[in-house]
Design a protein around this ligand. Sequence first.
Ligand code: BYC
Length: 327
Amino acid sequence: MTDQKSPTSAPAAGSTDDAAQVAEFEARIAQGESIEPKDWMPERYRKQLTRMMSQHAHSEIVGMLPEGNWITRAPSLRRKMVLLAKVQDEAGHGLYIYCGTETLGIGREELVDQLLTGKAKYSSIFNYPTLTWADIGVIGWFVDGAAIVNQTMLAKASFGPYARAMVRICKEENFHKKQGYESVATLANGTPEQRAMVQDAVNRWWWPSLMMFGPSDKDSPNSAELIRWRVKRDTNDTLRQRFVDLTVPQARAVNLTLPDPDLRYNEETEHWDFGEIDWTEFHEVISGNGPCNRERLAARRKAHDDGAWVREAAQAYAAKRDAVTAA
Ligand code: BYC
């Protein structure tokens, strides 16, 4: 329980928030109440949520690109239908979360502009290339698997619109993960070439998937505040460990190895110990220098420009409908 009299109740430095209002707000959070868009909230809470939710929405939208790349090359009609449905789901997730972010008082155009001008972050994972068909299965298994671990926690976030969006999104992510693992298992039981292809994809996606959870706790500037306000309920390292513990037995079940010589079960902690993440690579990727950052932003900008006529048509239709209603 948050102690209302603790120093954490004080408004952040430079904030114009009233201390009594902050204390009342924190008491509501401590009681497990959901904060809704019209409720009073500290400016810093609004800012943190806007940052995190908009990054999340951008991730869903940019995340369509690596997989979308394989829709025309899916190996069967069934795989193609599944992949089309998955990519379409990701668009829906992005739109939900943009809507949720808008309830914090920021417009969609501004959010999209932040993405297209490179000001906004999106998940590091989508800056890696999808080199073979096996990558599509491994993304479903690892990337959607990691997203489920993170988002199951966020489904209990203190901000109502975000938490509610996460409940629905997690249901869809479960289907995404299952189809990915099923595709991986099929390849792992296939020809020697298919096995080699899927093992190679596992080798390339493992470490970037661990990076999805963010910097280690000691280097995570936002975690303490987000946990205090119950936006996050667990730290980056706790969630990363949960993902490793869930995924190691799944890899073993299909006879695939994870590319970490330090991976071993720790009888004392009852967790899988794993090696050190390459944080230099992580920081390079999140500062725009990953293998595909430029390609991804260029693709988003092109899609935005190509879609201008759709936005114009929708606006013209809305204006016409308003005129008819007014008449
Ligand atoms: N990538 O203080 P920290 C999906 C940034 S999409 C890039 O720990 P926080 C899917 C962080 O933003 C699912 N940047 O931050 C879609 C911060 O920078 P700023 C995507 C990262 O917020 C399509 C700085 O590093 N999920 O499932 O406490 C197909 C310091 O970090 C990353 C979400 O977006 C990263 N990996 O924790 C398939 C979940 N990690 O903003 C699948 C929502 C850290 O201060 N977000 N940074 O400049 C979160 O849960 C949290 O924001 C994070 C980071 C765990 C990502």
